[in-house]
Ligand binder design. Structure first.
Ligand code: HEM
Length: 162
């Protein structure tokens, strides 16, 4: 039965390593965004942390998302280059899922950076509640992109081909 999967064998160790790094940092990036939007920013919005703590948490978030974004893009690009042609990327169901992954990754990176810059602007002025309020819509949009890219990955992993 042709499942459309490429058997990850030692023969194509680069693809195996790429998939592992891709999934690891894709999950780390999405998880960090979701936890910050759910578990950190609301605490700041309620005024239950100081500007230094919020500034430190924000810089840790962007360190994780920036490093992960680069690794996910490089490994994703490699996988696309090995597993797809231009025609299959732009003309098949799995290709559309991969292109959607790229768009959602870009949206997540952009919204996280916009949210983080609001937080930095505020904590630089020793503010907490106002920057947390201003960053909230961006962090929520980044969270929507994170959930959608994980749903997309789940469809790919399930072997969906339409
Ligand atoms: C945070 C963002 C991302 C996450 C969480 C993510 C996650 C995943 C996961 C879990 C898989 C494995 C699915 C499977 O088992 O087949 C996958 C596959 C893939 N991803 Fe991503 N990815 C992300 C961004 C990207 C980007 C930016 C690109 C392109 C540059 C990309 C290209 C691919 C390709 C080509 C595959 C293989 C698809 C296939 O097996 O046919 N991904 N991704």
């Amino acid at each position: 039965m042709d499942t459309g999967f490429v058997a990850l064998q030692l023969g194509n160790i680069d693809l195996t390593v790429s998939y592992v790094v891709h999934m690891l940092f894709g999950a780390l990036m999405s998880g960090a965004v979701l936890f910050f939007a759910y578990g950190v920013n609301p605490v700041a919005h309620a005024g239950n942390m100081g500007p230094d703590t919020l500034a430190t948490a924000t810089s840790k978030l962007t360190t994780v998302t920036r490093a992960s974004a680069v690794l996910v893009f490089l490994t994703g690009g490699h996988q696309a280059g090995v597993l797809y042609t231009f025609e299959s990327l732009t003309g098949s169901g799995r290709g559309y899922l991969v292109l959607a992954m790229l768009v959602l990754w870009l949206a997540m990176v952009a919204f996280v950076e916009m949210g983080a810059s609001k937080l930095r602007e505020g904590t630089d002025r020793d503010k907490v509640r106002t920057p947390a309020r201003e960053a909230r819509p961006f962090l929520r949009l980044a969270s929507v992109a994170a959930v959608l890219v994980l749903v997309d990955a789940g469809l790919l992993a399930a072997g969906v081909a339409f």
